[in-house]
Design a protein around this ligand. Sequence first.
Ligand SMILES: Nc1ncnc2c1ncn2[C@@H]1O[C@H](COP(=O)(O)OP(=O)(O)OP(=O)(O)O)[C@@H](O)[C@H]1O
Ligand SMILES: [Mg+2]
Length: 268
Amino acid sequence: MVISFCCGKGGTGKTTSTYNIGAALAQAGKRVLLVDNDQQGSLTLSMGYEPQMLSLTLANLMFQAIDMPEQLEQSVEQTIQKTTNNLHLIQANNKLAGTLSRLVSMQNTRAMFPLDDGSIAPERVLSAIVEQVKDQYDYILIDCSPHLDLQMLNALVASNRVIIPTQAHFLDTAGLNDTIEIIRKVQQSLNPNLRQVDILLTMFMSRTVLNQKCAGTLWRANAYLYRANRLLDQSSRTSGCWDQFAGICTEKWCSTGLPCSSRGGHAL
Ligand SMILES: Nc1ncnc2c1ncn2[C@@H]1O[C@H](COP(=O)(O)OP(=O)(O)OP(=O)(O)O)[C@@H](O)[C@H]1O
Ligand SMILES: [Mg+2]
């Protein structure tokens, strides 16, 4: 199962959710690969690595998938950080900005010379990398940047599911439309296997009127909604809360396979 964490709004908890859900799944015995698909390298940092010190990153793999696909399998193996037995990472840093420029130029070339010369499509580069390892993991979680760009498109094309972390604030819920629109387009034209889209409410405080109203708006939308108000920031990972969170993940999410099955809702 490949799940992307995407939202066109910054600071909504994409990285924190990817990290916490990945760690909880690993703690529950699943084999998990986290993919840092953001040049900020926040997920890499959360996992305890210094992004700028790393020489092998997702950027190298993406260039390799484009230029030397025959060596990709070996490079993926060398790049993956085996942080614990079953929690692994493909790390990133600001070199990913160079990859994005390359993807954009590939797209422009394709628009000008639409002949199929057998080269990889710019939106399928990450899929080629995921394909190399997907049999080795139960879950591959991809953390995206807040930009609705080709890098995010790559993540959506490689995924079976998308989770949209969002805060119950006016600007966040209003901004959801753009993210949902791009996901719909990917479902229709590039990746029919992208079957489930869920909205994950982060940093939810049921006491505030604003949070209650925005959550109500989301409920009325045709969206799956999983109200996880106990997702934890990595810095507050005290053991008691952590166990509680792992419980949410394993009971309500992993075992049912549907993040919000107990609360209903409609697939997008
Ligand atoms: N569920 C949560 N509970 C408490 N704090 C959270 C939660 N999710 C995120 N945070 C905090 O909110 C801030 C932003 O989180 P995070 O970096 O995960 O967002 P992001 O969507 O990945 O940001 P960006 O768009 O820049 O990639 C961080 O300080 C993080 O610790
Ligand atoms: Mg982030």
